[in-house]
Design a protein around this ligand. Structure first.
Ligand code: HEM
Length: 112
């Protein structure tokens, strides 16, 4: 189970890194990159699977923290989904996506 958890965590981190890197790199073109959608889906799916894997083992997750992270990730997914459909978005829009991803990184690491 530990190896499954490890692999999921690696994919989880790569997933949101794609979102963050993608939107920051797209600030010149002012578009939401297609990769951001795949990235947030990866982060969401691996995050939910990790909760299952941890709860099946001896570890437990902080459900309040996971709930807040899930909510923030859903808002990111909606923003990415809506932004993909627009030809151009503002840098504020891209910044909001980046900021919410950064918020979730902070929640993941600082909320113990
Ligand atoms: C943009 C969205 C997200 C970001 C930026 C993010 C960020 C992170 C980071 C940085 C870690 C590593 C923390 C550490 O090991 O100290 C982590 C772990 C984790 N995340 Fe996320 N996360 C996101 C969404 C989610 C969602 C939606 C869920 C579940 C519904 C989730 C569940 C988890 C779990 C279970 C771990 C592993 C904790 C452990 O191994 O003890 N994450 N996340």
């Amino acid at each position: 189970m530990e190896i499954v958890h490890g692999v999921l965590l690696v994919l989880h981190l790569i997933g949101w890194a794609i979102v963050l890197g993608g939107v920051v790199a797209s600030m010149r073109s002012r578009t939401v990159p297609a990769g951001a959608w795949h990235g947030i889906l990866t982060a969401l799916v691996t995050g939910v699977l990790m909760v299952g894997v941890l709860e099946m083992g001896d570890d437990h997750v902080n459900n309040v923290k996971i709930g807040v992270k899930l909510l923030v990730a859903i808002v990111v997914a909606v923003l990415v989904w809506r932004g993909r459909k627009q030809e151009e978005v503002t840098n504020g829009y891209l910044g909001a996506i980046a900021g919410l991803v950064a918020l979730n990184v902070a929640l993941a690491v600082l909320w113990r």
